[in-house]
Design a protein around this ligand. Structure first.
Ligand code: 4AD
Ligand code: MG
Length: 482
């Protein structure tokens, strides 16, 4: 018979009631030598196993402890106790994996409260905890919903290269890729590194975005999206930056900026609704966890809404759409700015917004997700469409409460001459991007797209506060363990 997960057993218990079944899982707790809480990762809920001590080999019983892995055969019965509908009366228990008891003492598998920092140090074990089980099941659901949304809307999933010669964002924050012997790097006669002798015969790096290649695909397939690992060598040690993260980048031929904003809003609402519909148990668990955490905070710092309520509110309202120029006006006139409360005071039109400004707009001023658009051209990437004012580009950032920027995108500059001028102004190498320029030569069309950082979305949906806790093995400055 097909193995059943604990999730299936608990959901469809009527089908197996009074039958003998086989279950597998890890022990979460073993109370009074009688009750085992068994979990197999399929759900946050444990299955209760009742052990009639007298009927079992005492040696086996003595070996069962937290974290043991078991195979159990037993009868499904209606539960006598509160807290669960059914339980299993064990007839046979097989220990699959022994515990190294002494070493177990030093791990986060010890059943007591551990800090998230401690859990991070043992990231290879944290999948066994309730919090990380919930986070990673939700991360899965969000990823699945991403594919489902685009598939339903006739987008094609395109895999863009991880190794590339292009710096898509023109920000130079790239990890180089080479197979040179680092102790004997070949040089040209001029003393420069001779990349012609490297594996790819040119300088290459890990991608910072699949957008440019994605654009070429959109120029033939119409609607495409990428969803892959993305790398940035920016030295930002914040709770919102990773050196390796997963980005989703749709690109749509014939879309303008407004279409792009509509798409971003529909997309975010769809994936959040998907999780509300499919991850109820995990969300409720995280909601309660957050509520407990709130109680330890001073009244003023507490969140106004619970996790699930927050998600429902984001879906219910239309996002506020505000131009960069309006946003600067609001910030310039804010009490915070006048009283010098911002770490980076806003002085004039043209300055880049910091996350404190974004969060002021979202959390204090509008109390709603905000889409900012039409940014000064100087602070945005070369590929964005130049507006008629010659000062701004058709950029858009979606800002979320507690997160700040969750999406960044734009309508693209489809005019070859304007694009070339922008590249020259911003010192982007035209020769390196010859293939990108080709898209503007043969049937160029208006098009637009954006990038969503999956981890920022998971942060928002789970209510976790550090981005290192929503990716299994975070890569950050000075940290690439596991
Ligand atoms: O705003 P960004 O840099 O935009 C792009 O890369 C465009 N090429 C996207 C496009 O138009 N196709 O990044 C997009 C999103 C950000 O809004 C953020 O959610 C996420 O990617 N992101 C990061 N997430 C985690 N760690 C980092 N270091 C991130 N940098 C960007
Ligand atoms: Mg951005």
């Amino acid at each position: 018979m097909k193995k059943q997960t604990i999730k299936e057993i608990l959901q469809d218990y009527k089908k197996v009631l009074h039958h003998d079944i086989t279950v597998y899982g890890w022990v979460r707790s073993f109370r009074a030598n009688r009750f085992i809480a068994l979990n197999d990762g399929s759900t946050i809920n444990n299955l209760q196993i009742v052990v009639d001590f007298e009927n079992f080999d005492k040696e086996i019983i003595s070996k069962i402890s937290t974290a043991s892995s078991l195979k159990i055969v037993g009868e499904v019965v209606e539960s006598q106790g509160a807290g669960q509908t059914v339980e299993i009366v064990a007839k046979k228990i097989i220990i699959l994996g022994d515990n190294f008891t002494e070493e177990l003492q030093n791990t986060i598998l010890q059943p007591k409260k551990h800090s998230l920092e401690k859990l991070r140090e043992q990231a290879h074990l944290r999948f066994r905890t309730n919090v990380f089980g919930a986070v990673f099941r939700i991360r899965h659901a969000l990823s699945f919903a991403v594919h489902s949304f685009f598939n339903q809307n006739q987008f094609f999933y395109i895999n863009t290269p991880v190794i590339t010669g292009a710096d898509a964002e023109g920000a130079g924050e790239m990890f180089g890729v080479t197979n040179f012997d680092l102790n004997a790097i070949p040089r040209t006669e001029e003393g420069e590194i001779d990349f012609a002798q490297d594996f790819f015969g040119k300088k290459t790096n890990l991608t910072v975005s699949g957008q440019l290649e994605g654009e070429t695909a959109a120029m033939g397939l119409g609607r495409i999206y990428t969803f892959g690992p993305t790398f940035r060598a920016e030295n930002s040690n914040t709770t919102r930056h990773l050196a390796e993260f997963w980005m989703i980048e749709p690109e749509v031929a014939f879309n303008n900026l407004e279409d792009n904003i509509d798409l971003a809003e529909d997309f975010l609402k769809y994936v959040i609704q998907y999780v509300l519909d499919h991850c109820k148990d995990d969300l409720e668990f995280l909601d309660k966890r957050l509520e407990e955490e709130q109680k330890t905070k001073p009244e003023k710092e507490r969140a106004k809404e619970g996790l699930i309520e927050k998600l429902q509110n984001v879906i219910a309202k239309r996002f506020k759409r505000v131009s960069y120029t309006e946003a600067i006006e609001i910030l310039l006139n804010s009490k915070e700015n006048k009283k010098g409360k911002f770490q980076y005071p806003i002085e004039e039109w043209g300055t880049d917004l910091q996350s404190e400004h974004e969060r002021y707009l979202v959390e204090k001023h509008f109390e709603s997700p905000v889409v900012l658009f039409d940014y000064p051209k100087e602070i945005k990437a070369f590929y964005m469409k130049l507006n008629d004012d010659n000062k701004t580009v058709a950029a858009m950032d979606v800002l979320f409460p507690g997160i700040g920027e969750i999406i960044g995108g734009s309508e693209r500059e489809a005019r070859l001459d304007v694009l070339k001028q922008k590249m020259a102004d911003m010192h982007v190498d035209e020769h390196e991007l010859w293939w990108y320029l080709d898209t503007r030569k043969f049937g160029s069309v208006p098009h637009a797209g954006f990038g969503l950082g999956l981890e920022r979305l998971v942060l928002f949906v789970t209510g976790m506060t550090n981005i290192r806790d929503v990716i299994p093995f975070p890569r950050t400055p000075k940290n690439a363990e596991f």
